[in-house]
Design a protein around this ligand. Structure first.
Ligand SMILES: [Zn+2]
Length: 229
C-alpha cells in the first residue's frame, strides 16, 4: 500500500483506499468520526481532497455524512445487514449465469489472479485488503456478464457487505475459504450457467450464515492510531 509519508501527496483514491482498509480491518470503529482537518493533516493534503475521498466512501456506504456534524464510519444495523445480502441474492445468481455464457480465457485468468492476490493478502495478515479483493471478485463477474447497471448496484452492495462482514464475521480466518470462488471459476470456465447460478446462491447463503448477527460494543481508537500499520 502507498505510504502516508511518501514525497508525492496521495491522490483521492489512495486516501479513500487507506481509509477503507482501516474501516474493513476494524482499526476505525463503526461510528468513529472522521474529521476533515485531521485526515488532511495525516495525509498531508487539502480538505478539498479529503472531502472528495470521504464522499466517495459515503457513496459506497462505508461512511455516513451528516449535515453540520461531519463524516462517521457507517454502522449497519442487523436489518441492513440482512437486506444487503437479500439484495445480493436477488441479483448475483442470475448475473453469474449470464457471465457463464460469455466468459473468455482472459476473464478466467483475471479471476484466478484475484483469488491468488486475496490469498497473498491473507498471508500478509491484511484482512481488509483480502476482504476488498474478495468483494472485487464478485464485481468482476458482473462485468463479465456485461451487466453494467447491476455492476453499479453491486458496487455499493459489495462495499456495504464488506463492512457487514468486518463487523459481524464470526471467524475472521474463515475468509480464506475461497473454495466457493474456485468452484465458480470452474463453472464459468465450463460455460455452465446452471452451476454458476447455484454456486453463487449457495456462496451468498454461506457467507450470510457465517455472520454473528448480535449487537456488540465498540472500543475507540484515535484516527492517527487507526491509520498506523
Ligand atoms: Zn465471494
Amino acid at each position: 500500500m502507498a505510504s502516508v509519508t511518501s514525497a508525492k501527496p496521495p491522490a483521492v483514491e489512495d486516501i479513500a483506499a487507506q481509509l477503507t482498509e482501516a474501516v474493513l480491518e476494524h482499526r476505525l470503529q463503526p461510528g468513529a468520526k472522521l474529521r476533515e482537518d485531521e485526515v488532511g493533516e495525516i495525509f498531508g493534503v487539502s480538505r478539498t481532497l479529503v472531502r472528495q475521498a470521504l464522499r466517495a466512501m459515503a457513496y459506497e456506504g462505508l461512511l455516513t455524512i451528516e449535515k453540520n456534524r461531519g463524516a462517521f464510519v457507517a454502522k449497519p444495523t442487523l436489518k441492513e445487514a440482512r437486506e444487503v445480502f437479500q439484495a445480493r441474492a436477488l441479483l448475483e445468481p442470475t448475473t453469474a449465469r449470464a457471465a457463464a455464457e460469455r466468459t473468455t480465457d482472459a476473464d478466467i485468468a483475471l479471476l484466478e489472479q484475484h483469488i491468488e492476490e486475496e490469498h497473498a493478502a491473507l498471508h500478509r495478515d491484511e484482512a481488509g485488503r483480502a476482504l476488498k479483493l474478495s468483494g472485487d471478485f464478485h464485481l468482476e463477474i458482473a462485468r463479465i456478464a456485461d451487466q453494467h447497471t447491476i455492476e453499479q448496484f453491486l458496487r455499493q452492495l459489495v462495499a456495504r457487505s464488506s463492512l457487514v462482514i468486518a463487523l459481524y464475521w464470526r471467524r475472521r480466518n474463515a475468509l480464506c475459504e475461497s473454495n466457493a470462488h474456485h468452484a465458480l471459476v470452474d463453472a464459468l470456465r465450463g460455460g455452465d450457467g446452471d452451476s454458476a447460478e447455484e454456486l453463487m446462491k449457495g456462496h451468498l447463503m454461506d457467507i450470510f450464515s457465517q455472520l454473528d448477527l448480535r449487537d456488540r460494543d465498540e472500543g475507540t481508537t484515535s484516527l492517527k492510531d487507526a491509520l498506523k500499520r
